[in-house]
Write a protein that binds this ligand. Structure first.
Ligand code: NAD
Length: 252
């Protein structure tokens, strides 16, 4: 069996020989920036059940209650800094070796790390949108004094411009993401349990079209051993910079 160092070499070679590589990321890539994923034992989500707080019908029924959780989540994401994993992906793009990052995250950390072609599959916490008239504003100067915050145009309720369970994926993000999945020949699947759909179909579609699926995760997932060609097990913030270092060595 190959050890982690051999697998890092293998991932670097796969990226170097690939015509088009993409990354598909989830909450795990931002854990080292201090934003908990759904599964960490003492995180946000052990106090707020996602089924109870992350569905659009829960938001519509009781926006004040859901906004108490959103306020905590937004304060975390707006204050967070990108970590070495986000920066490694930005470097790969800069080197001309990464076509896009498709992210399920709403924290904006890929862009803050310097990634340019980011497809936000589940929207972003960086904006708020009125659920009645569609008016949008930036989140960064929101005071959180009044919960829920109100639309300046029509007075109705604002929500972060993220996709709640029960809401459709933004059509343009969905179209671009699946186009990338169909046309890549390597997909790096990083820090996602890959159980939220339709996002979870992205590595499956890539695989069906003949792409290599390279997983980077602290644990094995539903993809491991079936859809994934191999798993690099460990922290994304440690593994991705090592892959990029090997890629650089291989370029000379
Ligand atoms: P998830 O919580 O279901 O899975 C996270 C995965 O990351 C797990 O498989 C875990 O083993 C792995 N992981 C944890 N720490 C890691 C690390 N340091 N390095 C590598 N892997 C690590 O998350 P998901 O699959 O993204 O699905 C949850 C949904 O909730 C998504 O829609 C996501 O956008 C949303 N969410 C977003 C954020 C964010 O924007 N940062 C945070 C929480 C949840």
């Amino acid at each position: 069996m190959e050890g982690l160092s051999q697998l890092i070499d293998r991932a670097a070679k796969d990226i170097l020989s690939s015509r088009k590589t993409i990354a598909f990321t989830g909450a795990g890539i931002s854990v080292e920036s201090g934003i908990p994923d759904f599964r960490s034992a003492d995180g946000l989500w052990s106090r707020y059940d996602p089924d109870e707080y992350a569905h659009i019908s829960a938001f519509r029924a009781n926006p004040e209650k859901v906004w108490r959780m959103l306020k905590e989540m937004m304060e975390l994401t707006l204050g967070a800094e990108p970590n070495p994993a986000h920066r490694a992906l930005a470097e790969l793009e800069e080197m001309g070796l990464l076509s896009s990052v498709i992210t399920q995250n709403v924290d904006g950390l890929h862009q803050r790390a310097g990634s340019k072609n980011v497809i936000e599959f589940h929207g972003t916490n960086d904006y708020l949108v009125c659920i009645r008239c569609g008016w949008r504003r930036e989140s960064k100067d929101l005071s959180f004094d009044e919960i829920p915050p109100r639309c300046e145009k029509c007075g109705f309720i604002l929500k972060p411009d993220v996709v709640f369970f029960g809401e459709p994926i933004p059509p343009e993000a969905q179209r671009r993401a699946f186009e990338e999945a169909r046309t890549c020949d390597v997909v790096l699947v990083i820090g996602t349990s890959a159980v939220v759909f339709p996002a979870g179909e992205i590595p499956i579609v890539a695989k069906r079209r003949g792409a290599k699926v390279v997983e980077i995760n602290k644990e094995s997932t539903v993809l491991t051993g079936s859809i994934s060609d191999y798993l690099l097990q460990g922290k994304a913030g440690e593994i991705l910079p090592r892959i990029v270092e090997k890629v650089r060595e291989g370029m000379h």
